[in-house]
Design a protein around this ligand. Structure first.
Ligand SMILES: Cc1cc2nc3c(=O)[nH]c(=O)nc-3n(C[C@H](O)[C@H](O)[C@H](O)COP(=O)(O)OP(=O)(O)OC[C@H]3O[C@@H](n4cnc5c(N)ncnc54)[C@H](O)[C@@H]3O)c2cc1C
Length: 264
């Protein structure tokens, strides 16, 4: 029986030596060309039929412009081809963006940072809060490659936390995941950024809840009330990973846990 899977030998896969060559190859192929980084998503989607087998693939993982983690005055710059292990183990990340050791989309969203994308026509910057558009949909145009992320450092008085709820500790797909960046001054919540994943078609910031939280004095009562607010605010679905009811409950518990941890 034919699986319809195109083998790697059938694919026109290019390994450009420079960014300029990569962008030219992407511009040539436009809609029919897929970018390949580590391949963990692309190969699985391709083999399982989630996406049609690509005709052209441009590998970008080795390009130096996409590598590395560096510090600027008030932000860290993370290359699109930095691996998750590099990010997790980076002393800079541990100091300034500790939630990035967790699942990346919520941890990116709480920073209010930007993503820089490039095409043969030049670069553009997109706020991360506008980048995730929907299920498997980001604000990336044909011919564009993600270059790097500019992520403001956690401010003085800030705490970043993340939590992932999955069926088991190792290699588990999340049922719900969350990250927060909360800045307090003498227990008053100055700013709050909270993002959850797997409770909507794409990762979400809890804007209304953040507004409710800001300006409050953090104590056990606020943490308890927060749990109810968050559980009511999220509108997840039942799917193969979990149920809507469980996700609502656990979303509230995650955020209450963040606040209780900051209270300690
Ligand atoms: C079994 C499994 C479990 C997973 N569990 C988790 C999890 O628990 N938490 C989690 O956060 N993620 C999880 N993931 C997702 C995982 O994070 C992604 O597979 C991984 O981040 C993709 O990185 P990659 O370099 O392998 O990308 P690839 O597979 O090479 O590419 C993924 C997609 O991004 C595009 N792309 C890649 N690089 C660029 C670029 N620079 N610019 C523009 N487009 C680009 C590709 O064209 C492709 O569409 C899981 C995936 C699998 C298969």
């Amino acid at each position: 029986m034919s699986t319809g899977i195109r083998t790697i030998e059938d694919v026109d896969c290019v390994f450009p030596e420079t960014l300029r060559e990569a962008l030219a190859a992407l511009a040539d192929g436009a809609h029919g060309t897929r970018i390949l980084a580590g391949g963990t998503d692309l190969m699985v989607q391709w083999a399982s039929g989630v996406i049609p087998p690509p005709e052209h693939v441009v590998s970008i993982f080795h390009l130096p412009e996409l590598k590395g983690i560096r510090e600027e005055d008030s932000a860290l710059v993370i290359g699109a081809a930095a691996t998750h292990a590099e990010i997790r183990d980076s002393v800079l990340v541990q100091k300034h963006l500790p939630a990035l050791a967790g699942d990346l989309p919520p941890a990116l969203l709480i920073t209010d940072g930007v993503v820089v994308v490039a095409s043969a026509g030049g670069e553009r910057e997109i706020p991360l809060t506008e980048f995730f558009l929907g299920y498997r949909k980001i604000d990336l145009r044909p011919g564009e490659v993600i270059m790097r992320f500019l992520l403001p450092k956690m401010p003085k008085g800030g705490r970043e936390l993340f939590q992932k709820i999955g069926p088991r500790a190792a290699q588990a797909i999340s049922k719900v995941m969350g990250a927060c960046r909360i800045v307090t001054e003498r227990k008053m919540i100055k700013t709050a950024a909270i993002a959850l994943g797997s409770v909507a078609p794409t990762v979400v910031r809890l804007w209304d809840f953040e507004s409710w939280l800001e300006g409050q004095k953090l104590d056990e009562d606020v943490a308890f009330e927060a749990e109810q607010h968050v559980a009511a605010a999220v509108k997840p679905i039942d799917d193969i990973r979990s149920t809507a009811e469980y996700r609502k409950w656990v979303s509230g518990r995650i955020v209450r846990g963040f606040l209780e941890e900051i209270l300690k």
